[in-house]
Ligand binder design. Structure first.
Ligand code: ADP
Ligand code: MG
Length: 284
């Protein structure tokens, strides 16, 4: 029935990395000997070329998880494997692309130079045509020589996404990359993100606050619960691709958004109930 999208899925499956997370526990020591368990027994398998979105309450360990996968920090227990290898190995092979919310572009470099930066940092000659392709792919060809202060927030985020793709990563990690953007820009970037992902086949893990965004972009949506951070529920999305504005107005989309939002409410109910009680007690 969905033959074309199955073919596309197969084509994608060849490009991206497989991610296996098993039994991950991560604790942080605070002052006075207190300990925060950011993640406990966290497990997740991500298929090559697939798009996984994670939603969860603030402080439930999402960024910690991404840092562990990127090899920027180490778990206390459990394992992270990217195509069977520890993240440090994948990272030194430049197979992981990262775009976090604070996009950290260098303001004195042009768009083209910012996107070229990963080559420089890796001690490799910049691939000019690849950089140009990426800049064009995120719709900034006309702004290649502009500098970040001359760009809008949405444009800067797009530069950051292009930069994360510079070294052809097999795995793309996005930590709320659209967080600070207005709704219209965010929608445009969602469509663009989808296009980039469909054309490159990179395994993608996106952390987002937006249930709509998660359902629109992902093959699988993971809802996390906090204290300790863990998987609360997962949902598979079989909505046909590409997912357009029409998709997001359809009943299938709306129903899935509602189910994910309900799971998120459920995951937050402990914290939420306390918050509501605290608010109520302040009422005159
Ligand atoms: P999220 O991204 O879901 O909002 P984080 O992964 O940033 O959550 O944090 C999860 C928990 O771990 C929070 O309680 C946070 O305060 C704690 N935490 C994260 N990083 C550190 C750190 N470097 N030192 C101490 N605590 C930390
Ligand atoms: Mg975070």
């Amino acid at each position: 029935m969905n033959a074309p999208s199955d073919v596309a899925a197969l084509a994608r499956a060849k490009a991206g990395a497989t991610v296996e997370l098993a039994g991950i526990t991560k604790r942080f020591a605070l002052r006075r000997g207190e300990v925060v368990t950011a993640l406990e027994s966290f497990g997740l398998s991500i298929l090559p070329g697939s798009f996984v979105a994670i939603v969860g309450p603030s402080g439930c360990g999402k960024s910690t998880l991404l840092r562990l996968i990127a090899g920027l920090d180490r778990a206390d227990h459990g394992s992270v494997r990217i195509d069977g290898e520890p993240p440090e190995v994948a990272a030194t092979g430049h197979r992981i692309g990262v775009a976090f919310q604070d996009h950290a572009l260098l303001p004195w470099l042009t768009v083209h130079q910012n996107v070229s930066l990963p080559f420089k940092l890796a001690g490799m000659p910049a691939d000019r045509s690849r950089v140009e392709t990426l800049v064009a792919m995120v719709g900034l060809a006309e702004f290649a020589e502009a500098r970040p202060p001359q760009l809008s927030g949405g444009m800067r985020q797009r530069v950051s996404i292009a930069r994360s793709l510079a070294l052809k990563p097999d795995l793309l990690l996005l930590d709320e990359p659209f967080g600070a953007l207005d709704l219209v820009t965010r929608r445009a970037l969602n469509l663009e993100m989808q296009r980039v992902w469909e054309s490159l086949g990179t395994t993608t893990l996106l952390i987002t606050h937006s249930v709509d965004e998660a359902v629109q972009l992902a093959d699988r949506v993971v809802v996390m619960a906090s204290r300790p951070g863990r998987v609360h529920a997962t949902f598979d999305s079989h909505l046909a691709r590409p997912r357009t504005r029409a998709t997001t107005q359809g009943p299938e989309f709306t129903a899935l958004v509602r189910r994910v939002a309900d799971a998120l409410d459920d995951a937050m109910s402990g914290d939420g109930a306390q918050h509501v009680r605290a608010m109520a007690s302040r009422e005159p």
